[in-house]
Design a protein around this ligand. Sequence first.
Ligand code: ADP
Length: 450
Amino acid sequence: MEPIKPRGGPKAPGRPRVADRLELQEQVTELAAQQAAASEVLRSIANSPHELEPIFDTIIANAARLCRAEASALILFEEHGLRFVARTGVADGYYVKGHLYPVSEGAPSARMVKTKSPVHIADLTADQAYLQRVPGLVALVEQIGVRSYLLVPMLKDDELVGGITIVRAHVQPFTDKQIELVTAFAAQATIALEITRRERQLREVQMELAHATRVVAMGHLTGSLAHELKQPLSAVAVNADASSLWLMREPPQIENAKQSIQRIIKAVDRASGVIDRVHSLVKKAAPRMDTININDAILEIMTVVHGEVVKNRIRVQTRLSDSLPRVRGDRVRLQQVMLNLIINAIQAMSGLTDSIRELRISTESTKEEVRVAVRDTGPGLSVDNLEKLFEPFFTTKPSGMGMGLSICRTIVEEHGGRLWANENLPQGALFQFALPPAEGVFVNQIDSVS
Ligand code: ADP
């Protein structure tokens, strides 16, 4: 018997049939769409490594679109259930984003927990769990109108961390290719989860390190700080004595006593200002973003290093621009940058015997940036490649840690800025950092700052 010939007669050698060509074209288009989706996901990972929400949103939106599904969601497994963290196209009020749902016996999620494999249900109304009226599934069918359902696991080292679900409102089973595609998206979501977890850990370690070096920097100042606090305290003692003498006079010299008391108040304010600043630099605090006047932040640091400056007989010149845009950042961490640069400058000049010891601090701004410069008249920078100074553990000091400049650069870069070094002419070192101005660059956040 003759085999049934395919319609359209025998295939012409070397020339694909129209149907084959169309299918090929469709495959190419689909592959291009998948590639575009993958690069969109990668872009969103690169753009927001600290934030999972936009990444997950991109992933599930692409999963739904490429698989022609009406809705999709991403869930993360936790000890006590599953948390919906991203969702597209599902009626509001059913799955509440962020809410923790228990894994109900018989539900598709329970099946996935058991098998760690995709759960594909071509028609939910024919599924055992629906027929047995498992509440979650009944709601899925009767309240949301889902018919075809797919749930694919997110696995990390064979451990179930979450899943991606895509659904259709009509019965149309998902193809193997579509299941494969959602599996690939689930792998991307797992990677994103891992990247942000590591990023978070790295930031925590960096914060710890920054805090430790801040404490070390303050350690350099303890002697001069104690001295700095002695002054207002002795002013308090002297003026307290004076005011009681004025009051014991016959008749009491009220006006003079009042002036002595005002001097006491001033001295106490000065001492408590220094203590507050030292405290804010030394205490461990969660990072916070504020809109900052960098000049004020510098002047506060100057009060902290004042004793050290006096002790080392250093002349200080501050030229702070009075038309400086504010910057957005963490005040303490930006002050840490100033503190490190100033302590380095003081230390560099402390060995000078006959040349002038001058510390010059200036601020200026351009349209693009707010710039801070710290100049000294020390021996200057002793390396050929100035970038070396910013490497962790690079130090030329006998008891140096070599972490200061490296941490300063990390802090400045985290604020969207840059930090660099130059020789200061005619003598010494010049360290500068530039930050984007808050206005223009961070307009939205400024609006929300009280
Ligand atoms: P540390 O102060 O512990 O050495 P830093 O990272 O702050 O660590 O500084 C690294 C090195 O950079 C210093 O050891 C020193 O050689 C050089 N350096 C930093 N600031 C100055 C400066 N103002 N003048 C000369 N050299 C400096």
